[in-house]
Design a protein around this ligand. Structure first.
Ligand code: FAD
Length: 319
């Protein structure tokens, strides 16, 4: 079986769920081979979890510099691994950073790139979302090693323990003049909430929420369900909620089990970021809102009446 390289998303201690999804996707094409980029000791800390999810090898690209720069070290690590392993494909998460890594890697390798993949079959044919979510196409890379950015939430993680073999990658020195350096990090607002792209439940608010204060209703429902909070661009642009929570074409793509849209009209650019959610619930006081065309369950009503009742009901059932 050929190797399939998977770029590991992690926080230094914990592998993100999106990586387990990539490992499950990789198993359709060959043997999953994880590429771990991080500071010294990172790969050792993560190997057990990766092997439990089917990684037959772990390529460790450890360097103190790895976390100081944005995408360059990841591209370097993957390029090295591709040249050593000659994999059937390279899979990365279709996050903002992941897509940038994928694009740069494909350019370096002079290879084909497919983004926003939501499915792939053993022949290497990829189902991807294109044109901001308005179409789904099946495509295949015919030139070079396929680089595929997979939407988080598209595959179910699988536990299939194997023994992982470790390989070390020696990263080239980074040219600071040609690479974006991280100058500081700020903690996300989320607190104990799951990350937006990883959450099984996402509750999003739109312009209909009416203000930053109104988002407390959205947060309370998200917390009752153990979910993450998202926002439409209109809500973000109006300053109701920070940009890092924007869902949509120019925000994050999410694919949770349950997506609840509160006061969101359902513009195509918003749908582009959440239409692959397994179950979609919309609350909107306008019965003609386009979001009802996509929703599995629609409630025509005032979100300030509906969401608190839902929150109370969920809390009562969980008590
Ligand atoms: P609106 O369209 O104003 O809808 C608000 C809804 O709230 C209405 O349907 C209204 O009936 C309902 N409402 C009001 N009060 C209540 C209440 N009390 N209870 C229940 N319902 C109520 N948008 C994104 O979201 N994400 C993106 O990434 C994105 N990228 C874009 C990229 C480009 C290039 C462009 C041109 C646009 C993009 N947009 C994006 C913007 C998009 O076109 C819409 O303008 C935006 O999604 C609208 O947000 P909204 O649904 O919150 O607001």
């Amino acid at each position: 079986m050929p190797d399939v390289l998977v770029l590991v998303d992690h926080d230094g201690e914990r592998v993100h769920k999106s990586t387990y999804e990539l490992l499950a996707a990789a198993r359709r094409l060959g043997d999953p081979a994880a590429v771990v980029l991080g500071g010294p000791g990172t790969a050792s800390r993560l190997t057990e979890a990766l092997a439990r999810h089917g990684a037959t090898s772990v390529h460790a690209a450890e360097s103190a510099e790895a976390t100081e720069f944005l995408t360059t070290p990841a591209v370097d690590a993957l390029e090295l691994a591709v040249r050593e392993v000659r994999p059937a494909a390279v899979l990365v998460s279709a996050t903002t950073d992941g897509k940038e890594v994928a694009g740069r890697l494909a350019a370096r390798l002079d290879a084909g790139l497919l983004t926003d993949a939501v499915d792939l079959d053993p022949s290497g044919t990829v189902t991807q979302i294109v044109f901001g979510g308005s179409c789904t196409v099946r495509a295949r890379v015919t030139h070079g090693t396929p680089v595929i950015a997979v939407r988080p939430g598209s595959f179910e993680p699988e536990e299939c323990p194997v023994a992982a073999v470790r390989h070390d990658l020696v990263l080239p020195p980074i040219d600071p003049a040609a690479s974006a350096r991280v100058t500081g990090r700020r903690a996300a607002l989320a607190g104990d909430r799951p990350a937006l792209t990883e959450a099984a439940v996402v509750v999003s608010g739109g312009r209909g929420v009416g203000g930053a204060d109104g988002f407390k209703v959205v947060e309370r429902l998200a917390d009752a369900l153990g979910g993450a909070v998202g926002a439409s661009r209109a809500a973000v642009d109006a300053g109701y909620y920070p940009h890092q929570y924007q869902v949509g074409q120019t925000g994050k793509s999410v694919s949770p089990r349950l997506y609840i849209a509160l006061g969101i009209s359902g513009a195509i650019q918003h749908l582009a970021g959440m239409q692959t959610s397994k179950t979609i619930v919309a609350v909107n006081k306008d019965p003609e809102a386009p979001v009802f065309g996509l929703a599995d369950y629609g409630v025509v009503g005032d979100l300030f009446a509906v969401a608190p009742q839902l929150t109370d009901e969920v809390a009562a059932r969980r008590a």
